[in-house]
Design a protein around this ligand. Sequence first.
Ligand SMILES: [Cu+2]
Length: 194
Amino acid sequence: MEPSSLIRRFARHVSTVAVVAAVASCIPLMAAAHTAPNPHVSGVMVEHGWSRPTPPGAAVGVGYMVIHNHTDAAVRLTGATSEVATDVSIHETLADNGMMRMKPLPDGVSIDSGQSVEFKPLSYHLMLEGLKQPLKVGQKIPVTLKFERIPAQNAVLDVRSLDNSGEDDGGVDHSTMNHSAIDHSSMNHSDMDH
Ligand SMILES: [Cu+2]
């Protein structure tokens, strides 16, 4: 092989290495530029958080929101806390022989990669238990959502008026269900305490 050909090969090799190195060094920069302005670092996004006002003396309130899982694996919401309540648990409302019943979900709710789960009336909801004060229209309730595998996320529940929620409750107004009566009478609350 002629020396000049060797040199050409070597030069080609060097330039390939140089290109690879240049591309590789760009990747962290591009990743940083992409994620820096995004507050949802974990890839899970919580939005449309809302709640209902509660009458004086009510022990429980509700929390609704949409959780989007933009990560590449399933995530599980395992619990939540809020400064307005002594306890927050995850419930699901189910039709049972024509009666709406609430079931605690001690294992939480799993959200597949690329999917969203809506917490809404007659479905999944957060139960804010042991309210310290009534929830008032316009109030913004901070909640912290705890997940398996990823860091906890902070969210805000906007307390909306009962008559003007703007939500389609599927023809049944959750507020008229007397949420505090159904739930905790049909559930042995003391068993729920961990
Ligand atoms: Cu409930």
